[in-house]
Write a protein that binds this ligand. Structure first.
Ligand code: FAD
Length: 485
């Protein structure tokens, strides 16, 4: 295995993969060292999937700038990378005089930040935009949108890989030293690597890499958000995300978001958890989501629509004196050559991923001239979704490949042909969740009750794996431990 690189990116979430993709525009040997077995196991696969508008980025200049930039360019990005996306707009609604004042203040802030097209509206217009939303006053934010977050992370990574970036999974970085030759010697749990440049994109654990590189020492601060996913039955009644008026620290607690696939997300409940990593789901928060969700989207937040829950965690950095959250940090230091340190990439990191990546590239170019990669191709095509095709198109696909005629996941109508393509993905991801994120198999009402064993059989056959070695999503998460009979 090749172990000497120009650039080693630590962390392959949406930020690391955006950086990988943008750096692959140049003639560089690049690798991504990722601790997990896929690119969307961290915050990048566990969020709301909202293309933020910038109105909620507070006084943080870089956050606002990156968000506005990422928002404005996303139609083109979604097209280039084949990422499901809809510019749905968003409603931030309030009830009563106090929330109305809060929204008016936020609206003024939005105008100052030049968030395009925002309008204060009343109850009648709220109902016109979304008859199933509730609220007395609202800010209508037409530039917001919804995208599939894990598909975006995968698409960036796949495009980077097509352009020559090597992804190495199961490679948790445990130590970094600068050798006498000026190169970084990077130790992981499995191996050793050498690179001229290190870019820290390690998300929740970026503080550790920051210390290893000699940048600042940060005490991890984290926010946990729990979500519920509702059935597509609720999705039929929702066209636009509905947010409540923000709390004092600027966060919008429990909101209602349609997904690009037709489900509805309720959440996140936001809770400060300090340095903990806690992905647990709690009954208390599920109950809270039901109550708060029904306030914004009455009649359709029903317990019988609940499909499953998930939790995401984002990191942030505080000012040591004021203890207030600070802006995104994209750091370089003349005393630490050939390194870029990204810490405190909180929300909206998904919306801001490519703008952040371009700022990383600028930092690299400040220290070194780079030659453009003439073979760089910004276009990535995802797996064709059989379920979304017209009848004629479906017939054509089945004619070309009979595997399109065999439905593996009944709930989401995913075919054998799609599963097979997912198993042979360019990143070499071989977990069951890897197939799920690439096809939506197991994401429907039955949550894999029907198709999960078909997925594992496909991994067994296509990748010549023993069933007992097949993992759900991470090391130790075995699908099978032995035969029942
Ligand atoms: C609840 C919630 C809701 C959000 N909603 C939105 C939203 O609607 N819109 C939006 O724009 N943003 C949103 N965000 C923010 C967005 O999800 C994040 O900013 C973004 O995903 C951060 O990406 P990342 O690559 O930095 O982090 P991650 O996806 O966590 O990636 C970091 C990667 O680094 C790897 N890693 C860590 N340590 C090491 C190591 N030592 N060695 C190797 N690899 C390592 C991890 O395994 C991980 O894969 C939300 C976040 C949360 C938690």
């Amino acid at each position: 295995m090749e172990k000497l690189y120009d650039v080693a990116i630590i962390g392959g979430g949406v930020i690391g993969s955006a950086v990988a993709r943008e750096l692959s525009r140049y003639q560089l040997k690049i690798c991504v060292l990722e601790k997990e077995l896929d690119v969307c196991n961290g915050a990048s696969g566990r969020n709301t999937g909202l293309l933020h508008s910038g109105i909620l980025s507070g006084d943080h200049k870089l956050r606002t700038e990156c968000c506005l930039e990422g928002n404005a360019e996303f139609d083109q990005v979604a097209e280039e990378l084949d990422v499901p996306f809809r510019r749905s707009g968003k409603l931030i609604v309030g009830f009563g005089e106090e929330e109305k004042l809060c929204l008016e203040k936020l609206y003024e802030h939005g105008l100052q930040c030049k968030v395009p097209g925002i309008r204060m509206i009343g109850a009648d217009e709220i109902k016109k935009i979304e008859p199933n939303a509730d609220g007395e006053t609202a800010i209508y934010v037409p530039s917001a949108g919804i995208l599939c977050p894990y598909t975006y992370a995968i698409a960036l990574a796949e495009n980077a890989a097509q352009n020559g970036v090597h992804y190495h999974f199961d490679q948790e970085v445990t130590g970094i030293e600068k050798g006498a030759d000026g190169n970084y010697k990077i130790s992981t749990v499995k191996s050793h690597w050498t690179a001229r440049w290190v870019i820290n994109c390690a998300g929740l654990f970026a503080y550790r890499i920051s210390s290893m590189l000699g940048f600042g020492t940060y005490i991890p601060q984290r926010v946990k958000g729990e979500y519920e996913i509702l059935d597509k039955k609720a999705g039929k009644f929702l066209s636009i995300p509905i947010y409540p008026a923000p709390s004092e620290n600027g966060d919008c607690d429990i909101h209602i978001t349609p997904t690009v696939d037709g489900n509805v997300l309720v959440g996140p409940t936001l809770k400060e958890i300090g340095d903990e990593i806690d992905y647990s789901a709690t009954q208390e928060k599920i109950d809270e989501m039901m109550i708060q969700g029904a306030r914004l989207f009455p009649k359709h937040v029903k317990r019988e629509y609940f499909i499953r829950n998930y939790t995401g965690i984002f990191p942030y950095v505080v000012d040591p004196v004021t203890m207030q959250r600070v802006d995104f940090q994209i750091q370089s230091d003349p005393h630490i050559s050939h390194a870029v340190n990204l810490v405190g990439i909180s929300t909206p990191g998904l919306t801001s991923a490519l703008p952040i990546a371009r700022r990383v590239v600028v930092k690299v170019l400040e220290q070194e001239d780079l030659l453009p990669n003439p073979a760089f191709n910004p276009i990535r095509k995802g797996i064709i979704r059989f379920a979304d095709q017209t009848d004629e198109e479906k017939a054509r696909l089945i004619g070309e490949d009979p595997d399109y005629g065999e439905i593996y996941c009944r709930c989401e109508c995913v075919t054998k042909a799609e599963i097979k393509q997912a198993v042979h993905n360019i990143l070499g991801v071989s977990t069951v969740s890897g197939i799920k994120y690439r096809t939506r198999a197991t994401m429907g009402r039955c949550q894999g009750g029907y198709c999960e064993t078909r997925l594992t059989s496909m991994i067994e056959q296509e990748l010549h794996r023993d069933a007992k070695d097949i993992l759900l999503n991470q090391n130790g998460a075995y699908m099978f431990v032995g035969k029942v009979k």
